[in-house]
Design a protein around this ligand. Structure first.
Ligand SMILES: Cc1cc2nc3c(=O)[nH]c(=O)nc-3n(C[C@H](O)[C@H](O)[C@H](O)COP(=O)(O)OP(=O)(O)OC[C@H]3O[C@@H](n4cnc5c(N)ncnc54)[C@H](O)[C@@H]3O)c2cc1C
Length: 360
């Protein structure tokens, strides 16, 4: 079986590792000159978004042999709205992860576990690969090819801008702000890389790149951020969406190319890695990739429901949500149980919409 993988990121390398562990050596094609060339930044894996999986890193290691170390273990998330503050604490919250060309990044860790040849600076197209291989995994991290194939549908577009700061930080403490003036309907987040370095990032759905700059300016002023010169990064039009089919002939779409990024908070690392593994299992066993990944379709729709609700909130609404999260029972459910928060919250929003709509 000849397998080509386009993209040496999370889903592509996870797919390669699983295939290799089961006797198939794929050929990997990577557009950049090395693994993890994306700007270095901190991301998060929050257990609350991946329930009923209790610990995604342990799960992936035990079940699929994908062994990854997070950047740090989160024990506290401080959440701020314009007039309220709350804190989720516990040891079931999640992890910070390092991305990009840092030695400790998830993609660099995966690359070390993969033996197959990676062809860097690749300009090969999926059409060319389709001719030479039995299966082609599209793991390119964006929907360009899904669009070319006519199967992509965008639900929302996020813009991100951030930087690195120096200081002395507690690795276990991340912070989040929800405030229209800083990030419109999305958020600003802060996560430490290590004890001496951390990253801030404004995520927003602005009307223009200029508006993103203005929001970032407000964030820097308001939170008193002192960016390390040259570390500011920007990511425009990060498309969050779905595909109408994840398999077309020899092609299997994985990771962000197949919409494995949920549209509530933008978490996509764990679903992307798993999608790569499922693609490999499908190739090795003939099991249906669409069926194996169907759980994510529901998760995606639930997250979209929550996102649409959040998009309508003003700052008073953000204050109300933070006050709700601050109630001891709610905080405990969020931080210390295994209750499937996403489906509960989506059901609550749908029930609210159903009650409201006959009155409108
Ligand atoms: C700024 C930012 C912050 C994020 N924060 C979080 C977070 O906190 N938590 C979370 O869970 N998720 C987060 N995400 C989403 C998460 O990063 C993605 O879901 C995940 O990286 C997708 O994995 P992937 O394998 O699809 O793509 P990637 O890991 O991005 O890999 C794609 C690879 O394909 C290569 N490539 C692209 N085009 C081609 C081509 N034509 N030929 C060959 N190679 C190609 C790229 O160079 C890259 O190496 C964030 C995303 C961004 C952009």
């Amino acid at each position: 079986m000849k397998v080509a993988i386009m993209g040496a990121g999370l889903s592509g390398l996870a797919c390669a590792k699983y295939l290799e562990d089961h006797g198939v050596s794929p050929v990997i094609f990577e557009r950049r000159h090395r693994v993890g060339e994306r700007f270095p930044n901190m991301e998060a894996v929050m257990q609350i978004m991946h329930r009923p999986m209790q610990d995604p890193f342990v799960y992936m290691s035990k079940k699929y042999g994908i062994h990854l170390l997070p950047g740090g273990i989160m024990h506290t998330i401080e959440i701020y709205s314009p007039n309220k503050k709350t804190e989720l604490t516990g040891f079931n919250i999640g992890y910070t992860t390092i991305r990009g060309n840092d030695e400790r990044s998830l993609e660099r860790q995966l690359a070390k576990q993969v033996q197959s040849e990676i062809n860097f600076n690749s300009t090969v197209t999926w059409q060319e690969l389709e001719k030479d291989f039995d299966k082609v995994i599209i793991a390119t991290g964006d929907p360009t090819i899904s669009m070319e194939l006519g199967v992509w549908n965008t639900d929302t577009e996020a813009f991100l801008m951030g930087c690195i700061v120096k200081g002395k930080f507690d690795l276990g403490v991340s912070k989040m702000w929800v405030d229209q003036r800083l990030s419109k309907q999305c958020m600003v987040y802060f996560s430490p890389f290590d004890v001496y370095e951390a990253s801030y990032c404004t995520v927003a759905i602005p009307s223009s790149p200029e508006e993103l700059e203005a929001l970032w300016f407000n964030t820097v002023e308001e939170l008193n951020i002192n960016p390390v010169p040259g570390t500011e990064f920007k990511f425009e039009e990060y498309k969050l969406g779905r595909v109408s089919t994840k398999e077309i002939g020899k092609i299997i779409l994985t990771g962000a190319a197949a919409g494995f990024v949920e549209p509530f908070m933008g978490f996509g690392q764990i679903p992307s890695i798993l999608s790569g593994v499922y693609a490999a299992i499908s190739i090795l066993t003939g099991k249906s990739y669409s069926e194996m990944t169907a759980w994510f379709d529901k998760q995606y729709l639930d997250c979209l429901t929550i996102r649409k609700y959040i998009n309508k909130l003003d700052n008073k609404g953000f204050d109300r949500v933070v006050s709700l999260v601050d109630m001891p029972g709610v905080r405990n459910i969020l931080a210390n149980t295994n209750i499937h928060f996403v489906s509960l919250a989506a059901a609550a929003v749908r029930a609210r919409n159903a009650i409201k709509s006959p009155l409108q």
